[in-house]
Design a protein around this ligand. Structure first.
Ligand code: AVI
Length: 321
């Protein structure tokens, strides 16, 4: 395989557990309780997210996949020969295969993901399927920063940020993130980014509260993970999944609602809940095409192409720094 231990930048150490604990205690001691959504993605959570992506109600994955397929040749033309592809939050590295199949002699693939074991397994499978591509997995929280492999010229580098993960940032954070990413990649770098669009709230709410309860299980897994890893005592039967669209803010909010007055413990620390109180676990912002282009422009990215599906559910943007 093209992955060698020497090349892999594995930036995750033992300190991760302490950060998880302090983030959880900090988030749960606020008057409006919240938890960072990045903690959804342990092994269980990553598997549940993959299951979400196959649900009828969850249109983003299949819509973006179809868009990528429809535009793959055009994207390959824009990307040019011998590109280095840097994917942020690569997960199972499924969508990138559409690009790797279409690109002209892609040289390197750098999947960056916080979920280390999942990343390594996905990178190994991909390296086996694309022997001509050098695969360099980077286990890191890509928001905090990560090291790019040496020798990737900015004009040949193309970042890939699919899935509307940018929607999980607040707009101000999204702007800072895109600006920092642009600085890290350098002048001349390109970005292919998937962004979910504003639409009928009923469609959005179904996508985040599916009939089979997979999204509910994904949300609840955060409490299960705290129980597993942080000596938590959450009674999962006494919390419920909740998803609602805030039209004014243009965002889906996911919460976990306490069904009772209760006290749970995390590493021995008591956390009190009133009945009906919630933990805010995720925002998923939705944009208009022009709204997103404006945000990106303020972060130093010039949009050269925007594509949407015929129902205007989802958008893909090709941007240059
Ligand atoms: C990863 N992210 C873009 C997903 C979203 O749609 O915001 C996470 C997700 N949450 C619930 N379902 C999917």
């Amino acid at each position: 395989t093209a992955i060698s231990a020497a090349r892999a930048h594995l930036a995750q150490g033992p300190a991760q557990d302490d950060v998880f604990l302090s983030d959880v205690l900090e988030g749960l001691s606020r008057p409006d309780k919240s938890l960072p959504c990045k903690y959804f993605y342990d092994a269980e959570g990553s598997a549940l997210f993959d299951a979400i992506c196959t649900l009828d109600e969850y249109y983003p994955t299949r819509t973006e996949t179809a868009l990528l397929q429809a535009r793959a040749d055009e994207i390959a033309g824009l990307a040019g020969r011998g590109a280095t592809l840097v994917e942020l939050g690569s997960g199972s590295s499924v969508k990138v295969r559409i690009l790797l199949d279409a690109l002209d002699a892609p040289a390197m693939y750098v999947p960056v993901d916080i979920s280390r074991d999942h990343l390594i397994a996905a990178a190994a499978r991909l390296a086996g399927d694309y022997p001509a591509v050098t695969v360099v997995p980077v286990a890191a929280d890509y928001v905090r920063g990560f090291a790019l492999p040496r020798g990737a010229a900015p004009e040949r580098t193309m970042a890939f940020f699919p899935g509307s993960t940018i929607g999980n940032f607040r707009p101000a954070e999204a702007m800072t993130f895109l600006d920092t990413l642009g600085r890290r990649l350098g002048a001349g770098a390109r970005l292919l980014i998937g962004v979910d669009l504003r639409k009928d709230p009923a469609v959005l709410e179904a996508a985040y509260d599916d009939a089979r309860g997979v999204t509910a299980a994904f949300n609840m897994n955060l409490l299960a993970r705290i129980n597993r890893e942080l000596d938590g005592t959450f009674d999962l039967d006494r919390f419920a999944h909740m998803a609602r669209y805030d039209t004014a803010r243009g965002r889906i909010e996911m919460h976990l609602r306490s069904l009772d007055d209760q006290t749970a413990h995390v590493a021995g620390h008591p956390i009190r809940f009133a009945r009906g109180e919630t933990i805010h676990t995720e925002n998923s912002y939705k944009y208009s095409v022009s709204g997103f282009r404006r945000l990106a422009a303020r972060a130093g990215w010039r949009t050269e192409r925007s594509w949407t599906d015929e129902n205007r559910l989802f958008s893909l943007h090709w941007m240059v720094r």
